[in-house]
Design a protein around this ligand. Sequence first.
Ligand code: ARG
Length: 469
Amino acid sequence: MSSSGKSSDSSSANQKLWGGRFSESTSALVEKFSESVSFDSRLYRQDIRGSQAHARMLAKVGVLTSADAEAIVAGLDAILAEIEAGSFVWSEALEDVHMNIEARLTDRIGDAGKRLHTGRSRNDQVATDMRLYVRDVIDALVPLIDRVAGGLLDLAEREADTVMPGFTHLQIAQPVTFGHHMLAWREQMLRDRSRLLDCRKRMNLLPLGAAALAGTVYPIDRHYVAEQLGFDGVTENSLDTVSDRDYAIEFCAAASLILIHLSRWSEELILWASPMFGFVDLPDRFCTGSSIMPQKKNPDVPELVRGKTGRVIGNLNALLVLMKGQPLAYNRDNQEDKPPLFDTVDTVSLCLQVYAEMIPAIKVRHDNCRAAAAKGFSTATDLADYLVMKGLPFRDAHHVVGSAVAHATRQGCDLAELPLGELQAFSALIGEDVYAHITLDASVAARRSYGGTAPEQVRAAIARARAKN
Ligand code: ARG
């Protein structure tokens, strides 16, 4: 329980807020089985905010006296303080966060507390709490994403000229700049950011007023509640409203993509930190040692991010399957939306925090990056492009360079290490100026198409990004 204080477990039929029609008390096993307060107490802030808006609205339309509404609002403020101080007593017998708070309100203010639930149901109440919660979470995650993206931009600037191998099929393909690689990561985060904001926009409608499933007989003013709670409007259809969990699924899908991105970065960092690559040093404070092998420095943090990604994808799957068989309208199944959602929220925000701190501390080992790029004939395409420039059709140039690569492989050297005479055996078009085209720096500098890897393009991309912020 997030901010739980003590908890008590007394149960008797008439103690339940819904106990009127029951002649025996709930079995202890069923109480344990069906309670949600052990996890949904996390929604207390949203629950209180929603109830206060509801009470003010009921007074505005004349369903409650303003004295009652004021007592409710003040009572809920006091309960908020109790919960935050850890002195609130959560009771499993009271099932969920909603009934725990409502029961306490009635303890504190008497009959006015019993009037709060007029014109609403827990079905629209929990839908309201959940939307407020997911919205609050998105508002907290976006600045975290901005920190990660900002860190990548700084690192890209620092390493705009650093040459490393670019890979396709994990085989050395063409040289790229480290800065360009960091900007690629950043693009993934920017899409994640806009996905979260899309989700926020679509979900930012008030459910309250749908009541149990059919709406309510009271002359409620849903738009007034929406305004108080910062919603852009109200949901259209009461049946849909109490059963809809699309926003939780959309959020978990967006969160899964965030983690998929972080997991892919992790995979690269794990490879790069391995002595076989040696492209980066991760800070010691982000690594751990081995209990048996004294030389080990293990990249546990990226490994854990990669591992936690599986759980978050599993949570998304749990929500999809939770919803697939549900008829309209509310079903108790929906209570099971919370553990996967909450776990996703905790995991994605921790992983983003870890990356926000780790990125600025990544040390790039320039010599190793360059040496690796010099292997694997990474400038073979540049030799072909050189021949094209001299008038050879690209297909023929491709063939010529293939033969030259085969020759260099037999010689055990790189293309740029072959003497001019040997290169000319493959094409008479090759002249002394070829060497200026097939060095690593010439290769990256030449890829100056928009969005390309040339340091000049990387700097232009960074400038555009900074101008936007
Ligand atoms: N704890 C419930 C949930 O999370 C609240 C709604 C309960 N509604 C009901 N009709 N039992 O879904």
